[in-house]
Structures are given as structure tokens and as C-alpha cells.
Design a protein around this ligand. Structure first.
Ligand SMILES: *Cc1c(COP(=O)(O)O)cnc(C)c1O
Length: 384
């Protein structure tokens, strides 16, 4: 025990940031092999990557694109979202989730969050539905799955589309089903380096619907398809959201380590919970029952918001990187200017004032978790 708690002096680098990718020699070899091949941009490796994601998640079709954000964009277009439609979503997310809806002229309807998982509160969705509501966009915050059964039931009752922003939850499971394989219309993952696997930039849309799949392929590449004679024909406004063979070569090699990545994250998260169990000044994250979190981030909350910024400063001063996930979307300057500034949601507003993301990633060891936990406990010894 004493040995485990000894902190290796020269190893503080890995906790300078709340999240970090992990690249090994196999990853490097995989990319170099592609550089020596005939394909740089969209070629056979992109296709292979899509197949492997489909297999991993248990979904029929996967379209790989340049980022999670572009994946959201073409998924929203494919869902038929347009100017004047309303979409119900969570304020506790990265702005990309909502930015791409704003880009289509969609009106956002923010639903409050649950205080346990900090995900959209499914029990509050139904009363937000109007004649203009077209879709629900749940986000599996921190990797913890949303209550998808209820969400999909509501969607079915009111004929709404469901697009899961699963950027945090690659490798997670909802009631024994992999995230990506549920009965939503589409599910999005991101492969930005802080996410569970890294590709530099990259994203995918997963779907079980062939029509969605075909439309996504078109939108990824300028809205161009082959006509009956086999000639290129641009049939709708599309984009260049293609991803390269270089990036997906890295993705393929990272995917082989995904289970290892997720189980290490879970192990470290469990240790945080054990180390901080008796610290009464904080609230620990909870895993959703019958589900498996992908543990993208580890967020603690201070019970008294008054200590939040002080604790952040204290951790940073001691070499521990932190972050805030997330400022509520409606509190950003752009959203305030665009009519969302008066939004008030009790749980989301309270949560935001108390949250601190502390380091959790594959390169960390138990000693780091013990060290960070001890800092937190030390901090509260002094403020009491
Ligand atoms: C990272 C992230 C995105 C955007 O993904 P990029 O690949 O960075 O474009 C969207 N939504 C959430 C919840 C994210 O965490």
C-alpha cells in the first residue's frame, strides 16, 4: 500500500492535462504503411475503418468523415432538420452539438439534466414537445449512457428523429448493447485526441437505415452521386467532409486498443471513487444502472459552489490539469446574442457552478489518482 502511494517525481507530465491520447509503435507503423501506399485520401483504409467500427458497435452502416462536428452536420441534414424546426437537446454539451443545428436554422429547446448522470432528463422531454419538434439529440455525457429506452419511446410516440451525440461514449454500453447499436436514427462518434481513440481529427455516423447511409455518403462528398450511366452528378448541396486513409490507418490501429483503453479508464475511475469516498465536500460521478460508461472524462462536483474556483486553482498550482465540462450552451456569448440568454434550468445551472473535470486517461497510473485524490482531500482540510 505504502509503495503504491509513492509518487514518482518525474512522471507529473501525464496529469498536466485532463485528457490525453496514447500512441504506440504499432500506430506509427500503421500510418507509415499508408504513406507508402497508393492512397492518401479516401481509399481502402477508410472503408476498412468503417467496417471495423460497424463490427465493434454492432451497427449496419458507418460513414467516416473529417470530424465529429461534420458527422453531426450531415446527420442533422439527413434527419431532414431545417429552418424553423425545433430540436430538444441538453445544455450540458460541447457547442458542436448545437452549433450544427444553428447552422441549419433549427431552434434549440434545452431540456434540464438529471443530477445523477448529468444527462438530459428524459422525464422532462415530453412537455417540451410542440408541433414544430422534429428531433431529440441526447448526449452521453462523460461516457455515461442516457436513459435511451424512455427517449426512444417518446420519439416513437411523437414520430421524432433521435440522433445520439455519442462523442464521449465509444466503447460504452446501454443495457448490454453497445452505444452505436441502439434503435436511434443515427449515432455520432468523434476521434479527436482527447476522445477514447485518437485520429487527429475524425468522426463517424452510424445508422441501420440504408437510405440514411446513402444520403450521408453523398453529403460527405459534395452531394455528388453516380447517375445511371456512371457519370458524376451533383444532386444536392454537399460538402467535402472526407477523411483520409492516413487518419483512418491510425484509427484502425487505435481501435485494436479500445477495450484496453476503456477498461483502464474504468479502473482509474473506480480508484478515484474509492480514494474520495469519504470526502464529504464533493459529489462523485455515478454510473447509470445496468449500463457501462466509456469513462471519457471524470467530473467531480464541489458541494459548495463557493470552493469550485479555489479548488481548481489549487489543483493547477500543484501541476494537475482541470477543465469545465461544460459551460451550459446557452451561457456562451454567441448563444446569449442569439436569443438563448434567458434560459434557466435548475439542475443544469446548479451543476455548472460545481463541476470540475480532473485527469483521466490511459497513460495515467494508480499513483496519479492517489496523488490527485490526496490533493483534493488536503484542500478541504484547510477550508473546513
Ligand atoms: C468532441 C465533441 C464533439 C465534436 O467532435 P470533433 O471531432 O471535435 O468535431 C461533439 N460533441 C461532443 C459531445 C464532443 O465531446
Amino acid at each position: 500500500m505504502a509503495e503504491r502511494k509513492r509518487y514518482p517525481k518525474n512522471n507529473k507530465e501525464v496529469i498536466k492535462s485532463y485528457g490525453k491520447h496514447f500512441i504506440d509503435e504499432d500506430d506509427i507503423k500503421s500510418v507509415v504503411k499508408t504513406l507508402r501506399s497508393d492512397f492518401l485520401t479516401q481509399g481502402p483504409t477508410v472503408r476498412k475503418f468503417e467496417e471495423e467500427i460497424a463490427k465493434y458497435c454492432g451497427v449496419k452502416y458507418v460513414v467516416a468523415v473529417s470530424s465529429g462536428t461534420s458527422a453531426l452536420h450531415i446527420a442533422y441534414i439527413t434527419a431532414g432538420l431545417k429552418k424553423g424546426d425545433e430540436v430538444i437537446t441538453t445544455p450540458n454539451t460541447f457547442v458542436a452539438t448545437t452549433n450544427m443545428l444553428i447552422a441549419l436554422g433549427v431552434k434549440l429547446v434545452f431540456c434540464d439534466i438529471r443530477l445523477d448522470t448529468k444527462n438530459i432528463d428524459e422525464s422532462k422531454i415530453e412537455k417540451l414537445i410542440t408541433k414544430k419538434t422534429k428531433a431529440i439529440v441526447p448526449v452521453h455525457f462523460a461516457g455515461h449512457p442516457c436513459e435511451m429506452e424512455s427517449i426512444l419511446k417518446i420519439a416513437k410516440k411523437y414520430k421524432l428523429k433521435v440522433i445520439e451525440d455519442a462523442c464521449h461514449s465509444l466503447g460504452g454500453e446501454y443495457k448490454k448493447k453497445k452505444i452505436g447499436s441502439l434503435k436511434s436514427d443515427m449515432t455520432i462518434f468523434s476521434f479527436h485526441p482527447v476522445k477514447n481513440i485518437a485520429m487527429g481529427e475524425g468522426g463517424v455516423v452510424c445508422t441501420n437505415d440504408k437510405k440514411n447511409y446513402e444520403r450521408l455518403l453523398k453529403l460527405r462528398s459534395h452531394g455528388i452521386e453516380k447517375d445511371k450511366k456512371g457519370y458524376n452528378s451533383m444532386v444536392e448541396l454537399g460538402y467535402n467532409y472526407r477523411i483520409t486513409d492516413i487518419q483512418t490507418a491510425l484509427g484502425l490501429s487505435q481501435l485494436k486498443k479500445l477495450n484496453k483503453f476503456v477498461s483502464k479508464r474504468k479502473k482509474l475511475a473506480d480508484l478515484y471513487k474509492e480514494e474520495l469516498r469519504d470526502e464529504r465536500n464533493i459529489i462523485l460521478p455515478e454510473e447509470f444502472k445496468n449500463s457501462k460508461s466509456a469513462w471519457h472524462i471524470f467530473v467531480i462536483q464541489v458541494k459548495n459552489p463557493k470552493y469550485r474556483d479555489e479548488l481548481i486553482k489549487f489543483l493547477n498550482k500543484n501541476g494537475v490539469g482541470t477543465n469545465i465540462h461544460y459551460p451550459n450552451v446557452y451561457s456562451h456569448a454567441f448563444y446569449k446574442k442569439n436569443g438563448y440568454g434567458n434560459t434557466k434550468l435548475e439542475n443544469a445551472d446548479l451543476y455548472h457552478k460545481t463541476c470540475i473535470t480532473i485527469p483521466l486517461h490511459y497513460q495515467m497510473e494508480e499513483v496519479h489518482v492517489v496523488f490527485i485524490s490526496k490533493l483534493i482531500k488536503d484542500f478541504f482540510k484547510h477550508v473546513k
